[in-house]
Design a protein around this ligand. Structure first.
Ligand SMILES: [Zn+2]
Length: 268
């Protein structure tokens, strides 16, 4: 399951209670062992909880619930933002759009357009908009999260779309990010989530060359029995959604319907 932020502790707690009683919630270590060793099988109904981007409310609202329920999870961090008050680049776009009176739809369109540009074009546009602030997670807090069964994985240094980056840009993202993991003495860099889920043929080679061993997609699919370590599927979820919606998503039914719909309309 792929979460992002955790805006509401009570709703998230209801998700965890449900998932805990209906699935076997596993850790990254268990998944890795089963992927690297043919003899180790995952239990039926295995489920891994992940969080992308490193929102601070995962630490404030999510982690206490996970600790109370003795549950392991994984958070994928964007190293550039750790120990800063720099806002995520898409949140900069959102805040500035709101100031200009743009609708949520217009803001979403701007962000989607930025995701489709080359990395250089995206950076050039972002450099022109005023930066906004956000209290981000600190490296000290990452160590606390790690001690409490939250695996710290990597999500690049700047959250570019890898399919719009040159090979050198991808290498640089990984190298800078890894050096910060090393500096903070956090092991975990080798487990990676593609920003926006954008994996291409060339990214596998570059990632493998740069110490990545497991890589997660954002494809809203349930994994088949033979999971590929560089393309692990995830179901998209949202910590603010009612429990009734979560039940449908966790079951894989929503994934099945939405992917069938995509095939019907020829989008994939
Ligand atoms: Zn992300």
């Amino acid at each position: 399951m792929a979460y992002h932020d955790v805006p509401n502790k009570t709703i998230f707690s209801s998700h965890i209670q449900y998932l805990k009683s209906h699935y076997n919630i596993i850790s990254i270590e268990t998944l890795r062992e089963s992927l690297l060793n043919d003899d180790v099988k995952l239990p039926n109904y295995s489920l891994l909880i992940t969080f992308d981007d490193g929102y601070r409310n995962v630490l404030e609202n999510g982690l206490p619930v996970l600790i109370n329920n003795k549950i392991s999870s994984c958070i994928f961090i964007i190293t550039r933002y750790i120990d800063t008050t720099v806002n995520f680049w898409w949140k900069d776009v959102e805040v500035n759009g709101k100031v200009r009176g743009e609708s949520s739809k217009e803001i979403r369109q701007t962000i989607n357009a930025l995701k489709k540009m080359t990395n250089k074009e995206r950076i050039a546009i972002l450099n022109k908009i005023p930066s906004t602030k956000r209290k981000q997670i600190t490296s000290e807090e990452l160590l606390y999260m790690k001690r409490n069964k939250m695996y710290i994985g990597s999500h690049t240094h700047n959250h570019p779309m890898l399919n719009n980056c040159s090979d050198d840009e991808i290498e640089n993202e990984l190298e800078v990010s890894k050096s910060l993991f090393d500096q903070w003495k956090i092991e975990g860099f080798e487990v990676f989530a593609y920003p926006n889920g954008d994996r291409t043929e060339k990214t596998d080679d570059i990632l493998l060359k740069n110490h990545i061993k497991l890589a997660f997609l954002f494809d809203h699919r349930i994994n088949a029995t033979n999971i590929s370590s560089m393309g692990i599927s995830r179901i998209r979820t949202n910590a603010g959604m009612p429990l009734s919606e979560l039940k449908v998503k966790a079951s894989g039914l929503h994934s099945l319907i939405s992917n069938l719909t995509l095939i019907r309309y020829g989008s994939i």
